[in-house]
Design a protein around this ligand. Structure first.
Ligand code: FRU
Length: 473
């Protein structure tokens, strides 16, 4: 079967009420993971898992946007359509690399056996390429890597990088014998032929470390190597790992000779309800940035009734400071600020409204005077009451999201909160505390006008608030 995309069947957005202003989203249809992040011929390229025909997950295409500044995005034609012999059931997540002026995509071909069982599939790794960054050709020699014999059917999400003249790839996997998550590494000199380096790290316990590790990523940051992945199956612990799945990181060392990654125990990269499947890239000025999926997991998304679903997080920078991994919004986002921002220095004992024209498309910054913080809260509300609340009590941060259950998420800082930085878009909130030492990523759905307020007990602070503009071209 030849793969074909039918634009006439594309689902249309029927209501703009939850459409994001400055986050990457589909023109209509379903989105999940960010894929193929790269910088090519003057543009940042971001691809995403895309089902163009409905607002539900379905046969995965790669949607595509590009930007010159990480802020203003232009939708491009679909880059990958499933239906080739090796990706009949979907073009699953993967990554990009540039070699000799050509953009290469690596992606997982997802294939079902013809028995109507969606849990019965095989996966392999494939390549596609483009010289203009717009039209992509699938490589004639696909698949480039088949599922190894000691693996179950879970074998996906290739991430490729270059190191000392060789190309390396990590793949999310599950071993056949113990049914535990692990990461396989492969090595190549030409991107077409890959030799196995075996598993570089694996889960030892289903409940504590997961049974399948999706979306692996491995890179050097400062003087360490960092592993990011999205394990499935980690059991909730008090105030930790409370989502169905979460993005975890480990800081350590990749031994390129022994093919081993040794690192710290998994920790969560973000503490919010809606964060998954991150991917990183290096900017031309050597910053390690990433996007994630503002994921719903087992929840319905209100915008599905309007013909679309999901968006990516803001682009965020990763830094390693004092052995701690921090993530914060990229500096380019300041371009979204519109005239009329406010700045105030105040001592607050009680509640106050944040005076801003459009609280739903806004950036908020709070800097607390040294030693003054005991209790501080920021919230947004609609006509039905609080939507999202963030509370800092010393080093303890608690987030509330409106809902009938599972409203709270938590983080504990290594030092009392010094600053809080928040981005609100039409249906998301991203909150960063202490320059990204902790973050929370949330979707929300408001009815009617949204207002923002702060409340504190004797806290002296600098408050800044900016209305933000649109990021679409
Ligand atoms: C993560 C994931 C990936 C897979 C993709 C399919 O959300 O399950 O492992 O490649 O989504 O859409």
């Amino acid at each position: 079967m030849k793969e074909e995309f039918n634009p006439d069947k594309m689902i249309k957005v029927t209501n703009e009420r939850y459409r994001q202003w400055y986050h990457i989203q589909t023109p209509g249809g379903w989105l999940n993971d960010p894929n193929g992040l790269c910088y090519f011929k003057g543009y940042y390229h971001v691809f995403y898992q895309f089902h163009p025909y409905s607002a539900e997950w379905g046969p995965m295409h790669w949607g595509h946007v590009r930007s010159k500044d990480l802020v203003h995005w232009e939708q491009l034609p679909i880059a990958l359509t499933p239906g080739a012999p090796e990706d009949k059931g979907g073009c699953f997540s993967g990554s990009a690399i540039i070699k000799d002026n050509r953009l290469y995509l690596f992606y997982t071909g997802h294939n079902y056996y013809d028995d109507n069982d969606l849990d019965h599939f095989w996966e392999n790794q494939n390549m596609a390429y483009s010289d203009d960054g717009i039209t992509f050709h699938k490589y004639a020699g696909n698949p480039i890597i088949k599922t190894p014999a000691d693996n179950t059917q879970h074998f996906r999400d290739p991430k490729v990088w270059e190191h000392n003249g060789h190309y390396y790839m990590v793949i999310g996997s599950q071993d056949k014998e113990n049914k535990l998550g692990r990461i396989l590494m492969y090595k190549s000199t030409d991107l077409e032929h890959w030799e196995s380096c075996g598993p570089i790290i694996q889960s030892h316990n289903r409940d504590a470390e997961g049974w399948m590790w999706e979306c692996p990523d491995l890179f050097t940051l400062g003087n360490a190597d960092v592993l990011l992945c999205s394990p499935m199956g980690i059991k909730s612990q008090p105030e930790q790992f409370m989502n169905l799945s979460q993005v975890c990181y480990s800081v350590g060392h990749l031994d390129y000779q022994q093919h081993r990654f040794d690192g710290s125990k998994f920790r969560e990269l973000d503490h919010g309800h809606n964060f998954y499947a991150t991917q990183t890239m290096l900017t031309p000025d050597n910053r390690r940035i990433f996007f994630g999926w503002l994921s719903p997991f087992n929840e319905k998304m209100a915008e599905q009734a309007d013909g679309w679903a999901g968006s990516l997080t803001l682009p965020r920078e990763l830094v390693l400071e004092d052995g701690q991994l921090k993530n914060r919004p990229v500096k380019e986002l300041a371009q979204l600020r519109q005239a009329g921002g406010t700045k105030k220095h105040l001592t607050l004992n009680g509640e106050a409204q944040v005076s801003i024209k459009d609280a739903q498309h806004a950036e908020y910054l709070f800097d607390f005077d040294d030693g003054s913080l005991t209790d501080f809260q920021w919230s947004i509300s609609d006509q039905r009451g609080s939507l999202i609340k963030i509370n800092c009590q010393g080093a303890k941060v608690t987030l509330y999201r409106r809902g009938t259950q599972d409203q709270y998420r938590y983080a504990t800082l290594t030092a009392p909160a010094k600053n809080v930085h928040i981005f609100v878009d039409t249906s998301s909130v991203e909150c960063f505390i202490n320059d990204g030492a902790a973050s929370f990523t949330e979707r929300y759905y408001a009815t009617g006008k949204v207002t923002a307020a702060i409340a504190a007990k004797g806290v002296t602070l600098d408050e800044q608030a900016y209305v933000l503009g649109k990021g679409e071209e």
